[in-house]
Design a protein around this ligand. Structure first.
Ligand code: AMP
Length: 256
């Protein structure tokens, strides 16, 4: 969630902006912006975002601080598995708010991250998307099991999360993230965590609140296990596709 929601508020620049720079540096050209030709629809749909400059204001996103600065030509990117809860599991998540010793919020866009939040250059998007599509098509669908409640902190220690740990018995999930890491290395992008803990974050709060939350993890896990025993259909997720969000454009790639 750290990445996914912030990506929404992190638009990027276009080659139109680069065009601006080029023009500024070439005094011999006097170009009226309004007479400029429109970008082809294919380019616009590829980018799928508006072109305005981003000025970060944490109050616009509940006090969260952007992990990396907006820069021209950079596109916030996340590879993940989309997850929609049943109404019952969502109710369970909301009911956990009463058990917590800290103030925070339930997360609505649920997912399992398969990468860190990355910064992709505009001119890499097309080939990256194609490569990721090809990569995903080489993996069979797999099953993930929800097990216990764990806590996570972002690297800057500005936010703490509660997540449901996701276990994959046949190892496909690890092979998939290894393959994604290899692809990211080609773009000199950082790989996922060495000690990956796949999870679905369902709660977040500001600051590093691990000391407070640690104490109640066993009772949260106990409550989750009780819930799952009564709602077995919510225990397993059948993963058939992988998502990638670049700027505010979402891509979906089917598995084999
Ligand atoms: P997510 O719900 O995927 O956005 O993850 C929430 C936070 O967990 C992110 O800010 C990650 O940086 C953090 N995190 C900390 N340790 C890990 C780990 N071992 N594996 C995955 N995510 C982690």
């Amino acid at each position: 969630m750290a990445g996914l929601h912030l990506i929404k508020t992190y638009s990027s620049d276009s080659d139109e902006d680069k065009h601006d720079d080029d023009e500024k540096h070439d005094d011999s050209k006097i170009v009226n912006k309004q007479t400029r030709l429109a970008l082809p629809a294919s380019i616009l749909s590829l980018k799928g975002v508006t072109h305005e400059e981003v000025i970060d204001n944490p109050s616009d996103h509940d006090g969260r601080i952007r992990s990396f600065k907006h820069e021209r030509g950079n596109w916030a990117t996340l590879v993940y598995i989309d997850y929609t809860t049943s109404d019952c599991l969502h109710t369970w998540m909301k009911s956990m708010l009463n058990e917590l010793p800290v103030q925070g919020e339930i997360i609505s866009n649920l997912h399992i991250s398969l990468s860190r939040t990355l910064v992709l250059k505009f001119h890499w998007i097309e080939s990256f998307v194609e490569s990721l599509k090809l990569l995903c098509s080489g993996f069979h669908p797999f099953v993930v099991q929800l097990t216990d409640v764990k806590m996570y902190c972002n690297e800057e220690k500005t936010r703490t999360f509660l997540g449901i740990y996701c276990q994959n018995e046949d190892g496909t999930l690890k092979h998939l993230t290894d393959a994604i890491d290899c692809l990211l290395a080609e773009y000199q992008l950082p790989s996922f965590y060495e000690d990956i803990s796949y999870h679905i974050s369902f709660f977040w709060c500001l600051g590093d609140k691990q000391t407070y939350l640690k104490k109640i993890l066993p009772s949260l896990t106990c409550s989750l296990n009780k819930y799952l025993a009564e709602n077995v259909e919510d225990t397993y997720i059948h993963v058939k596709e992988i998502q990638c969000k670049i700027g505010n454009k979402c891509y979906s790639f089917g598995l084999k």
